[in-house]
Design a protein around this ligand. Structure first.
Ligand code: CTP
Ligand code: MG
Length: 236
């Protein structure tokens, strides 16, 4: 039987680093919200369904102004997220019913494309856990507490990690369940992606899959300017 794939799209953040009045996932790119593009990539793929995770006060706005308006029919549920990204992921995981694979994606990453999704599907079928990323272009340095260079990892082994992050459902759900049961212990550890949760709470290796240098996350105002250029190009 065909395996079922569920995307969890995260849009419950407050966009502190963007500093805009409107949360960054709802800012407009060519008249459509950033989040629309992230959802549309899954809508146009052969992923089976989408669970959208948003802020408490944004559930009905998202449903009406994004999901219904743009006929994103694969969105089966819009649920409320939590205080940290990992809280929102856990809300999404709990809302999933009966699936084989989950693809967790930042709603603030609008340039996901079908080719990346194909690579993700292949890799997660083979390895059970994979995350998208790209080799770093800059040299990375590890700083000491005083702000001096302490170490320089080999650049050819350093990747910038993006999303989707894809796992078999039981693997990611059990890893998250364990972390959430010890949430107080982990809340200061800066858990910034899903692979970290799998690395901490299972021995399952996580494969790195090629994403794209366009698959940027809208984080600061500069990213929005770059994103404007990218959407102009998509229009052509
Ligand atoms: N996210 C979420 N719930 C949270 C925090 C983040 O669903 N409690 C989502 C964001 O909406 C975003 C993705 O996770 O799509 C990546 O997070 P990030 O870029 O850090 O977004 P924000 O947390 O909103 O931004 P900032 O860290 O600058 O406040
Ligand atoms: Mg954040």
């Amino acid at each position: 039987m065909d395996k079922k794939y569920t995307a969890i799209v995260l849009a419950a953040g407050k966009g502190t680093r963007m500093g805009s009045k409107t949360h960054k996932q709802y800012l407009l790119l060519n008249d459509k919200p950033v989040l629309y593009y992230s959802l549309k990539a899954f809508q146009d793929s052969d992923i089976d369904e989408i669970i959208l995770v948003t802020g408490k006060d944004e559930v009905s706005y998202c449903q009406k102004e994004i999901v219904d308006k743009y006929r994103l029919t694969k969105v089966v549920k819009t649920v409320e997220g939590g205080a940290e990204r990992y809280d929102s992921v856990f809300c999404g995981l709990q809302a999933v019913e009966n699936t084989d694979y989950v693809l967790i994606h930042d709603g603030a990453r609008p340039f996901l494309d079908g080719q990346i999704l194909e690579r993700c599907k292949k890799a997660v079928q083979k390895d059970g856990a994979c995350v998208v990323g790209m080799p770093t272009k800059d040299t990375i340095k590890i700083a000491d507490e005083k702000g001096y260079a302490a170490d320089t990892p080999r650049r050819d082994l350093v990747w910038n990690i993006q999303t989707p992050q894809c796992f078999t459902y039981p693997l990611i759900y059990n890893a998250y369940k364990e972390m959430m049961s010890k949430r107080a212990e982990y809340q200061n550890q800066n858990i910034t992606d899903d692979a970290m949760v799998v690395e901490y709470f299972s021995k399952h290796p996580v494969k790195l899959v090629e994403g794209s240098y366009r698959n940027i996350k809208i984080t600061t105002p500069e990213d929005l300017q770059i994103a404007q250029l990218f959407v102009e190009e998509l229009k052509k």
